[in-house]
Design a binder for this molecule. Structure first.
Ligand SMILES: [Zn+2]
Length: 381
């Protein structure tokens, strides 16, 4: 079977590469609704041609979510990607370019390379077995790069009918399959104090910046590299003039943690900070602005990773699995939060994600396509 798949991929590799170019040349920053929909159009045509039934779920402020399903009933293997990128059309980084073994372009690895791998793997599988004999579904979301505000209900819904999931974020060093990612929680903090003239009425003022400074030291102390926890106050603004006691401050803070228990300790500290500020006559409001659960490794996801790596070894992949949770999140976090075992990082290898040097290592495409195709055929044998 391995040889058949390899031959069939060799025969269509030029087509695969030009498909990748087509996707990259469609500018699809998350806020570019028509661009994201244009990517979904291209994918929908391909999935339909493979005999899958496609459904589009429109969103008010984002592009559509795209679902493609086989006719095979039962709890499905879910393949997941996203059509949006972080690259704006006017960023100056807008062309697809090949230089030897490397392809450059906006989203070439995150994740138009991943989408190409996902699609081509299904194409190869379909040449061995009709896809409608296999319980497979595909979800391509439109807003992953901004935390999935519009796609989350669709993600939740599809999880109800998914036995396991494969996520096509880019491949990591050592071909490491991602089974763990940290949780991420962000908050906005607003502090209200009392303004006063610094020369005449300094003692009547409650300096909101001073209160914020004390709070920030406590929050940043949550960082523990040994435990893999990081806490970062990322933005701050407040005050009007040097000779005025400032009565307003806003700052934003995020915490990333591999252990779910750290969140309750963190939120208990936020409550303490509110009470302490109140005792100083300052009012503090924390608002949670994003909440991404951890991608947790479980027995089932570990079994998926081993099974995938067994296939990958046939094609020269190094068969590693994450030992420490990654700091960055993906749709895999939500899937795990909704109880679906999943593995991530199945896209091609690349570098410089989210920058204008983003690039993909072209020789990593073939082993990745072949590994997913073989994995699916083995899984449903
Ligand atoms: Zn991505």
């Amino acid at each position: 079977m391995t040889k058949t798949l390899e031959n069939s991929l060799d025969a269509t590799f030029r087509e695969l590469f030009s498909f990748l170019q087509t996707l990259v040349e469609i500018s699809s920053h998350t806020t570019n609704k028509s661009g994201v929909n244009a990517v979904q159009d291209v994918l929908e045509r391909e999935f339909t041609a493979l005999g899958l039934l496609c459904e589009r779920i429109p969103a008010k402020d984002h592009g559509d979510q795209l679902i493609a399903r086989s006719a095979c009933p039962g709890s499905a293997m879910l393949l997941v990607g996203h059509a949006d990128t972080v690259h704006r059309a006017d960023s100056g980084f807008d062309a697809f370019r090949r230089d030897g073994e490397t392809a450059f372009g906006p989203g070439v690895m995150d994740m138009k390379g991943g989408l190409t791998v996902l699609l081509w793997a299904l194409k190869l599988v379909s040449q061995v077995r009709p896809l409608n004999e296999l319980p497979i579904q595909v979800l391509i979301i439109s807003d992953e790069e901004t935390g999935s505000p519009s796609s989350l209900p669709t993600v939740k819904q599809i999880c109800k009918n998914s036995a396991a999931a494969l996520v096509y974020e880019w491949g990591r060093d050592g071909d490491t399959i991602i089974t763990r990612r940290k949780a991420l929680y962000s908050y906005k903090c607003e502090i209200t104090g009392t303004t006063a003239h610094t020369g005449n009425d300094h003692s009547k003022g409650v300096n909101a910046i001073r209160v914020a400074a004390d709070q920030i030291q406590r929050l940043e102390a949550f960082t523990s590299y040994e435990k893999g926890i990081t806490c970062n106050v990322g933005t701050i603004s407040g005050g009007n003039a040097t000779n005025v006691v400032p009565d307003r401050v806003e700052y934003t803070v995020e915490i990333r943690t591999p252990e779910p228990g750290a969140l309750s300790r963190f939120e208990a500290t936020l409550s303490d900070l509110i009470a302490e500020a109140e005792a100083r006559n300052a009012h503090t409001v924390f608002t949670k602005t994003s909440s991404l659960p951890p991608l947790l490794e479980c027995e089932e996801s570990l079994a998926l990773a081993h099974a995938y790596n067994k296939c990958g070894k046939n094609y020269g992949l190094q068969a590693n699995i994450t030992k420490e949770p990654l700091g960055g999140g993906s749709t895999a976090n939500f899937l795990s939060g909704f109880g679906v075992p999943c593995i991530d990082g199945l896209g091609p290898y690349g570098e410089n994600a989210h920058s204008n040097k983003e690039c993909l290592h072209i020789p990593s495409l073939k082993p990745r396509v072949l590994s997913t195709a073989t994995f699916l055929l083995e899984h449903f044998k």
